[in-house]
Design a protein around this ligand. Sequence first.
Ligand SMILES: Nc1nc2c(c(=O)[nH]1)N[C@H]1C(S)=C(S)[C@@H](COP(=O)(O)OP(=O)(O)OC[C@H]3O[C@@H](n4cnc5c(=O)[nH]c(N)nc54)[C@H](O)[C@@H]3O)O[C@H]1N2
Ligand SMILES: Nc1nc2c(c(=O)[nH]1)N[C@H]1C(S)=C(S)[C@@H](COP(=O)(O)OP(=O)(O)OC[C@H]3O[C@@H](n4cnc5c(=O)[nH]c(N)nc54)[C@H](O)[C@@H]3O)O[C@H]1N2
Ligand code: SF4
Ligand SMILES: [Mo]
Length: 723
Amino acid sequence: MSEHGTATHCPYCALQCAMWLRTDDSGRPTVAPRDFPTNQGGLCRKGWTAAELLRPGRRLTTPLVRRTPGGPLEEADWDEALTRVVFGIRRIQEGAGRDAVAVFGGGGLTNEKAYLLGKFARVTLRTANIDYNGRFCMSSAAAAGLRAFGLDRGLPFPLSDVGRADALLLVGANPAETMPPFVRHLDAARAAGGALVVVDPRRTATAARATLHLRPAPGTDLALANGLLHIAVAEGLVDEKYVADRTEGFTAVREAVATYWPEHVERLTGVPVADQYRAVRLLADAPRALVLTARGAEQHRNGTDTVSAFVNLALALGLPGREGSGYGCLTGQGNGQGGREHGQKADQLPGYRRIDDPHARAHVARVWDVPADSLPGPGVSAYELLRSLGTEGGPRGLLLFGSNPVVSAPNAGLVEERLRGLDLLVVSDPVLSETAALADVVLPSAQWAEEDGTMTNLEGRVIRRRRALAPPPGVRTDLWIISELSRRLGRATGFSDSAPEVFAELGRAAAGGPADYSGITYDRIDAQGGVFWPCPADGEGRSGRPEAAAGVSPDPDPGPGPDPVPGSDPDAGTPRMFLDAFAHPDGKARFVAVHHTPPAEEPDELYPLHLTTGRIMQHYQSGAQTRRVPELADGTRDPHVEIHPDLAARHDIVAGDRVRLVSRRGTTEADARITTAVPPDLLFMPFHWGGAQRVNSVVGDALDPVSRMPEFKVSAVRLERVG
Ligand SMILES: Nc1nc2c(c(=O)[nH]1)N[C@H]1C(S)=C(S)[C@@H](COP(=O)(O)OP(=O)(O)OC[C@H]3O[C@@H](n4cnc5c(=O)[nH]c(N)nc54)[C@H](O)[C@@H]3O)O[C@H]1N2
Ligand SMILES: Nc1nc2c(c(=O)[nH]1)N[C@H]1C(S)=C(S)[C@@H](COP(=O)(O)OP(=O)(O)OC[C@H]3O[C@@H](n4cnc5c(=O)[nH]c(N)nc54)[C@H](O)[C@@H]3O)O[C@H]1N2
Ligand code: SF4
Ligand SMILES: [Mo]
């Protein structure tokens, strides 16, 4: 600990802003910003107030159990709580088989927890049914990245590249609300003469900073991307040499985009022809150009194909794998990146290995000291898992760490019903979330400032979360909970509750995999300001390059330069990927031909409007944490819905009126905000509230066929004034 306090990072989003944590004279924990390449000394209000939830009174400090079915949650000691969990698991598995107990994780868990949770499911419970909320988040971008590059790391370059870009295409991202300090990088690019093109149906605070704002109808981004590529082909702007040397499959894509005439694309998307041309010019003329997508592009039934369409555009312009240029996805959750690499996903083993790959199974089984054939196969995806709970043949018990699906899952009314129907629901959470309130056993877990571990930020940089305080008596870490449960279920070894020990084991399990962490140690993270994966152990490639097959290379020109980036040590793993080769066996990237398909629900007479959903700055995700922080909740006790003035007038709605949205699945209520930020046929509502204000009661559950990600961004609804 230094004079400033303990150096750590914010508990919330993937920007993982660096902060100091210290206690003031009255012993109250407080945070202060800390300089780091990502946040450059900035924090948003969620970060500034992050210590509030550490105080007793705002959180759980003792286990809760439901002693009679339908009865209340009552305080219990840990022994009773864990005895009930173990008894419930045994009874279900004996009666209905191992897969009848499921596990659900989260992208906010540290790498160590995500790893141990995956191991717990496969080794202790031996259930195939484990998945996590990352399916709701960036799984479409991950699938498209894998398809194109053979490897998926959200940003395959450091965030500092954003500030140096000459042109940026930002698709379906609103960092002004979702990652406020990120905007410093956008502003730096703009100040240096760079162009910012924002693609969003709404005029957001981010769009307000743009050189050019394209406003496609929701769910039409794929058509727009194909249209932009059509123009690039027609205008001779394709980087033919790059396409020939570094890619495969362009011919089919060129044919596929041939029918996406600018006028046709204007009809499909609403984006004027002239703006389409301007966007292509801005990108093609820029020496360094970046294409970035986030949830607005991805949370669709065709999200994977939509991302592929933007990757195709980036490849045709020769951007990926060129220093200063490229394609990237902005991950969202604190450990959205690492959370998808170490085995809490249904089809994965640690190191971003596939669970159906015999070599991967053999390697991981050796590290886990179990027979490879004892490991279960792939399970089903998050929403499919939630939907199957308690149904014929579906799991009857669920252990949940780090998610609040009662608020955040699509078609949430159905999900809530399924959770209520379980024989056993166990929730580990620092607060009594809407989902924890339904549980049979609630385990109060320690928070970020009370535990050690690592997080992998949106750049693929592995950083440290440090324990600065002891948790209150009665609170345990997730690692302790998982290892103690394992022990009580008969696994006496292999489940340490020490974060450094778990991390070392994670490194061995990940060694040789696509997301290789074996060369990363806590000391190295400290010394180098974070380490970018892949980072094989010394002698295994990185020093002699991870070879073309891994498709990655260390930064060839890391500085020192005139403006060294603090914390970006040239030896810190692999800041920039794909400079020499992509990760497919032949080293080439793949174009994937894709076509526009409409959203699952188009407006009709009964449900004549489109609704899209997303975030506001003050609240994080399901709001379980931020709604408990007074400084954030004041002024945002209730959600609002954005309504265009013309639409409001037609419904006799004025600002502040309570309105109801009705879909095929349910209803929700919010306060009317009248604004031209949305077009007349589109409503926007944030998803951070539960109960009658839960927007996911109305949101549909169409899934992307590849990533199994739900279509959070388009539903058909009807608008009514309440009263
Ligand atoms: N304040 C706050 N910050 C957060 C979070 C939070 O909950 N609150 N969560 C974190 C997480 S997990 C994530 S995933 C990120 C998400 O970060 P973002 O992706 O930036 O957030 P969203 O608000 O979900 O969606 C971004 C934009 O997509 C637009 N959009 C909607 N439909 C479409 C469409 O069809 N096409 C296009 N092009 N755009 C569309 C919306 O209008 C919205 O402005 O934020 C992270 N940061
Ligand atoms: N309509 C709509 N719905 C959406 C989205 C959208 O854009 N629109 N976005 C989707 C996206 S991108 C995401 S990521 C999901 C997120 O939605 P959720 O998965 O519900 O995420 P959180 O609200 O962050 O839930 C985290 C819960 O875990 C607890 N928690 C936090 N840290 C820890 C920890 O370390 N250990 C344990 N045991 N518990 C912890 C918190 O207190 C909280 O109760 O929502 C999705 N839902
Ligand atoms: S931008 Fe994200 S990481 Fe930074 S302070 Fe805000 S919530 Fe925390
Ligand atoms: Mo997310």
